[in-house]
Design a protein around this ligand. Structure first.
Ligand code: ADP
Ligand code: UDP
Length: 261
């Protein structure tokens, strides 16, 4: 049922067609954007490139400008990954805790860039961090999104052994986003890793089951199971392509759509 009551706690989740009749030219009313930590590095080997943050803030601002509600989950792979720390000898859960804290740092940096561009934003964390960021609360998050604030969901799911892809899918389902938009370094999902195979063929569209059966590697299987079980569409696109984000949100053919098929 479309939300016709203006109650912020009634899910936005309007199908694309119904929101087309509203003031926004967007195909989507509420999106969950997943940014990988590595996307924030730019040309560097580690850390955060402020120029990349500013460019992303600009692109996110374009979405806010046309009335799209934007939730963001940022990864932490530019700083720490639990699995990599574990391979180097560290306890896995400790490594995952460090990875989740890395996502909070990235979210703080992104908020800083958004605010410098005069885009209202809030950071919420799955791990309580009083005095630094607000603890994640679904109802508050929906209120913020409805009021037009960009909400950065940090610290992943709050649990070790998960990824921020799973966190993005989880938060998208919880706040009833219309779509998960996954920004990567490649321009969609291919039949094999396009970075390793020059002859890889891109999919325009892919079903959840095909993505699972073929283990296509662009998103972890836990995340795909979650979106499949809740019929949440995912679009994978290239964040380095200028205007690609805006284009896909207004209905352009960017990247690969993963859905029921
Ligand atoms: N079938 C595939 N289609 C597209 N990308 C793939 C595929 N298999 C593996 N990949 C890799 O997945 C990466 C994108 O996922 P992403 O989550 O952004 O990266 P990371 O896991 O390094 O944070 C791409 O850089 C690409 O090399
Ligand atoms: O719910 C979560 C999300 C993330 N992480 C940890 O945080 C790291 C950074 O997240 P991710 O690898 O998903 O970042 P990205 O690849 O998107 O940069 C992961 O490797 C995990 O160690 C975790 O333990 N639980």
């Amino acid at each position: 049922m479309p939300n016709e009551t203006n109650d912020p706690l009634i899910p936005a989740g309007q199908p694309a067609e119904s929101s087309k009749s509203s003031a926004t030219p967007s195909s989507y009313r509420r999106i969950l954007l997943k940014l990988s930590g590595e996307a924030l590095m730019g040309d560097h080997e580690f850390g955060i490139d402020p120029k990349v943050l500013d460019r992303m803030a600009l692109e996110i601002g374009q979405l806010v400008g046309i009335g799209v509600q934007v939730g963001i989950v940022i990864g932490g792979g530019n700083l720490f990954r639990g699995a990599a720390l574990n391979e180097a000898g560290m306890d896995r859960v400790t490594g995952d805790h460090m990875g989740m804290l890395a996502t909070v740092m990235n979210a703080l940096a992104m908020r800083d860039a958004l605010e410098r561009s005069n885009i209202r934003s809030r950071v919420m964390s799955a791990i309580q961090m009083s005095g630094v960021v607000e603890h994640y609360d679904r109802r508050s998050a929906i209120r913020y999104l409805t009021s037009g604030d960009v909400v950065l969901f940090s610290a992943g799911t709050g649990n070790p052994f998960f990824t921020t892809d799973s966190a993005a899918c989880l938060r998208a389902i919880e706040v009833d986003a219309d779509v998960v938009v996954k920004a990567t370094k490649v321009d969609g999902v291919y039949d094999k890793d396009p970075v390793k195979h020059a002859d890889a063929v891109k999919y325009e569209q892919l079903s959840y089951d095909d993505a699972l059966e073929q283990k296509l590697g662009v998103m972890d299987l836990t995340a795909i199971c979650l979106v499949r079980d809740h019929n949440m569409p995912v679009r994978v696109f290239d964040m380095n392509k200028p205007e690609a984000l805006l284009n896909l949100v207004v209905g352009g053919r960017e990247g690969t759509l993963i859905n029921r098929g």
